[in-house]
Ligand binder design. Structure first.
Ligand code: C2E
Ligand code: CA
Ligand code: CA
Length: 321
């Protein structure tokens, strides 16, 4: 709603019946967006993009992360930072989170039916979703969609959530892993993990937060932190994934530090299911595509749609290693 439209006749200045106008606008804007989000779910406007995680040594795709996008009928593609907080605030995250789980399982099954051996799909799980009493049952339901005797789905949970609700999480994560689902701690390094508790948490993987990776080649402190996290993880028998790897130099450093897996624009932006399918069908090593992710002439980062176009164009000349 426009600022002017919030003011009825006779109202001037910044207040409306004693309430700051901004608050009124925010509430009405907010309610409108919540209504749109509700409709988005009913009208199938959400979609999942997939970003590969690659093995650090050979660039093989060892997993993909499902990342939600909202294909808004007038505003185009909207990224999760602009709507996930509101979904959480209004509780719709539970329904949208269920949709994500089901859609990821459905996409996994569709890849299997096409004869692809799909990599495991990791789904981001919000704090509210994890706390919800029906979460494990829902996860089980999504796994049954696959009907293949193995899970295919993994979950990612941010570090701060796990540490805030530790005892409860230990029990829940143990049940989740019994389903064959692997658990990753997302944004690791930002959530004040208690190291003693980390050893007790039933998890499989640590994802080192992008903020450390972006500085790993420049800041000795960040290098020390990343190196320390990798040693700690391996000591606890956990895999390590570096998030947000953008440059060949970061890749080189992380390999030397023995980071197991990497994910980032250097390898691929998050891409639509159909494009992910093509890559999986070609069975190719993804490192060969690193040049597609940035514009080498202007050195600018390119958008997801542009990335997809370039990837398609490069597909013809792309031979697996
Ligand atoms: P996240 O789980 O930490 O996901 C990584 C984010 O970093 C993604 O942003 C991804 O597109 C972006 N990214 C990947 N590689 C690079 C890189 O090399 N450089 C940079 N600068 N960024 C990179 P995205 O897709 O906008 O998602 C943002 C956040 O929204 C996610 O952070 C996750 O917390 C949340 N999210 C996404 N999908 C879902 C979902 O289905 N459910 C829930 N609950 N949260 C989701
Ligand atoms: Ca994640
Ligand atoms: Ca993350």
């Amino acid at each position: 709603m426009e600022l002017g439209a919030a003011r009825g006749p006779g109202q001037t200045g910044d207040h409306l019946a004693g309430v700051p106008v901004n608050a009124v606008i925010d509430t009405s804007e907010r309610n409108k967006t919540i209504e749109e989000l509700r409709r988005a779910l009913d009208e199938h406007q959400f979609m999942l993009h997939y970003q590969p995680k690659v093995n650090s040594r050979d660039g093989r795709i060892v997993g993909v992360e499902a990342l939600i996008r909202w294909n808004h009928p007038h505003r185009g593609v909207i990224y999760p930072a602009h709507f996930i907080p509101l979904l959480e605030e209004c509780g719709l995250i539970i329904a949208v989170g269920s949709w994500v789980l089901k859609q990821a399982a459905t996409d996994y099954r569709s890849w299997m039916h096409q004869g692809i051996t799909p990599p495991r799909i990791a789904v981001n799980v919000s704090p509210q979703q994890l706390r919800h009493k029906d979460f494990i049952a829902e996860l089980e339901g999504a796994l049954r969609i696959n009907n293949v005797g193995h899970a295919g789905l993994d979950i990612e949970i941010t570090e701060s959530v796990l540490m805030a609700d530790l005892e409860d999480c230990i029990e829940k994560l143990a049940s989740i892993r019994e389903l064959g689902v692997r658990v990753a701690i997302d944004d690791f390094g930002t959530g004040y993990s208690s190291l003693r508790y980390l050893a007790r948490l039933p998890v499989d993987t640590l994802k080192v937060d992008q903020s450390f990776i972006s500085m790993v080649t420049e800041s000795p402190n960040d290098l020390a932190i990343v190196s320390g996290i990798i040693v700690l993880a391996h000591g606890l028998n956990l895999d390590v994934v570096a998030e947000g790897v953008e440059t060949a130099e970061q890749h080189k450093f992380l390999r030397l530090l023995r980071c197991d897996q990497m994910q980032g624009y250097l390898f691929s932006k998050p891409i639509a299911k159909a494009m992910m399918e093509q890559i999986l069908k070609s069975g190719a090593n993804i490192t060969a595509q690193a040049h597609v992710a940035s514009d080498s002439q202007s050195n600018r980062t390119i958008s997801e749609p542009e990335f997809c176009e370039r990837r398609l164009a490069a597909q013809e000349t792309w031979s697996p290693k």
